[in-house]
Design a protein around this ligand. Structure first.
Ligand SMILES: Cc1cc2nc3c(=O)[nH]c(=O)nc-3n(C[C@H](O)[C@H](O)[C@H](O)COP(=O)(O)O)c2cc1C
Length: 463
């Protein structure tokens, strides 16, 4: 069977995610309904109908406040605020689905590993192994101040913390409870064998955790690890720990460059590069005919908010307002380094298809992104197939501008064409998320993963 596309719905438990200004669109329901459990239950059923692999919940812990040195542009347009906790949606969505999985973003910079490990074990139990953790290090200055810091921790140090955070997490998930610890032996009056439950006694640079883990082992033990870092440090971290890695880029060649680099780094970490799936970004506007799709694009463009887009760019640490007074013909350059996310910053410089002027950069924010695939079902499927084959990725995170309408249109119109071409599954395979993603493997992490070294001798994954 030829390689099939992995598909995640790019989501957030918020009024607005990446659809700047779309609350003004007459068919946008999410900004009113995201607070209702029914909305998420309906979404879960819809995505399972469309055979999506997972719903991917992004999350941030502060307000974008770099643009104009103000929170107002973000708040005014609902840019990822109001924003509720994504993990709390999962049980309800899992209860109405059997195969859809859930990737939840949690920051290693602000939340303590002990509590986080229990959160993911709980979700992994309740979903029967349909959970992933998107590990992020966070890029918002306001988030730092929300967690008692004066300034953001430096970019590379955040990854140092993340590395130790994962070490603690692996000790809790993989080592603390041996297989068979729950013995339920009435004769010896023992529900759990204390000999098989261990403290972890972690003492490192950033964390000190005694343990044992409070949850018994869940189907996957460690949730599937997602990550999305583009910086040197980010790619190295991803190559060591992640199983699904997001790679962005303006062209299939750039995406391939990053993917190849990550796979090489994975080998240096002693991992089989085939145990990593690369996911890139996809945004689609589809309708029955090309003309209708184009009309939809224009309708969407009319509600676009340049201010919210500029505010979101603050994730890079750069304030685009500083360029608004400049000569538009000057080359666009950064004059300082920031502690923000390198991924965003690179999109306008080293990842851009050509060297941009200040005027060209500012113009980009004014209009709805022209990299969106717009067309009838065949045209959209052609473009997706081209990206899939040229970039060598394993799948996509599907953005949606008007929710749930755009997802419904994708499922009704594009999914059947991709299925007909053999590019997309017609049915789910059995098992946990890890088994679905890596059918040759087991429910727990493979033996080449750094987590496996914390395991007890008998708990091998047989990979
Ligand atoms: C598809 C995708 C999803 C992301 N989701 C989140 C998120 O939910 N929360 C967050 O704080 N960062 C998120 N990020 C940002 C990354 O975690 C990371 O901070 C960013 O890419 C910068 O990392 P770098 O400096 O190593 O390039 C996401 C990035 C991508 C490409």
């Amino acid at each position: 069977m030829s390689k099939q596309i992995i598909l995640n719905a790019f989501e957030m438990n918020s009024a607005m995610h990446n659809s700047h200004g779309f609350w003004k669109h007459p068919e946008s329901k999410r900004h009113r309904r995201y607070k209702d459990l029914d909305y998420w239950i309906e979404l879960a059923k819809l995505l399972e109908k469309g055979k999506f692999d997972a719903v991917f919940f992004a999350d941030v812990l502060g307000i974008y406040d770099v643009y104009r040195n103000s929170k107002a542009p973000s708040i005014r347009d609902g840019l990822q605020v109001p924003l509720n906790d994504p993990a709390l949606l999962v049980s309800a969505m899992a209860s109405v689905t059997e195969n859809l999985s859930f990737a939840v973003t949690v920051s290693t910079t602000y939340e303590a590993p002990f509590g986080n490990a229990r959160r993911f074990s709980t979700l992994d139990h309740l979903t029967k192994g349909r959970v992933a953790w998107n590990v992020v290090t966070s890029y918002l200055p306001n988030a730092a101040r929300n967690f008692g810091l004066q300034d953001m921790i430096k970019h590379d140090e955040r990854y140092g913390i993340a590395d130790e955070y994962l070490e603690v997490s692996y000790k809790l998930w993989e080592r603390s409870w041996e297989d068979g610890a729950v013995v339920e032996n009435k004769e010896t009056n023992t529900l759990v064998d204390p000999e098989k439950v261990h403290e972890i006694n972690h003492e490192g640079t950033y964390f000190k955790v005694e343990g044992p883990h409070l949850s018994e082992p869940s189907p996957q033990r460690t949730p599937v690890i997602y990550q999305a870092g583009t910086s040197e440090r980010g790619r190295d971290f991803a190559a060591k720990h992640a199983e699904c890695i997001f790679v962005g880029g303006p062209t299939p060649e750039r995406i391939r460059y990053y993917s190849d680099d990550i796979r090489k780094r994975a080998e240096k970490h002693g991992r089989n590069p085939d145990n990593i799936k690369i996911i890139s970004f996809l945004s689609v506007i589809v309708a029955e005919t090309t003309e209708e799709a184009q009309k939809k694009f224009e309708e969407y463009a009319s509600v676009w908010s340049p201010d919210a887009a500029k505010a979101q760019y603050g994730a890079s640490g750069y304030d685009i307002a500083e360029y608004e007074e400049m000569d538009p013909d000057l080359p666009f350059e950064y004059t300082k380094t920031t502690e923000g996310g390198h991924y965003k910053a690179a999109t306008l410089t080293k990842d851009a298809p050509k060297k941009l002027t200040v005027g060209e950069v500012l113009k980009r924010f004014e209009t709805l992104d022209h990299s969106i695939i717009v067309g009838n079902p065949t045209e959209v499927a052609d473009a997706i197939q081209f990206q899939f084959e040229q970039s060598g990725v394993d799948g996509f995170n599907l953005n949606h501008l008007v929710t749930p309408g755009d997802l419904e249109a994708f499922i009704d119109l594009v999914v059947p064409v991709l299925q007909e071409r053999g590019l997309y599954k017609k049915d789910y395979s059995d098992g946990t998320l890890r088994e679905k993603l890596f059918p040759e493997g087991a429910s727990i992490l493979p033996d080449d993963h750094p987590a496996s070294k914390y395991r007890h001798a008998l708990a091998k994954s047989n990979r």
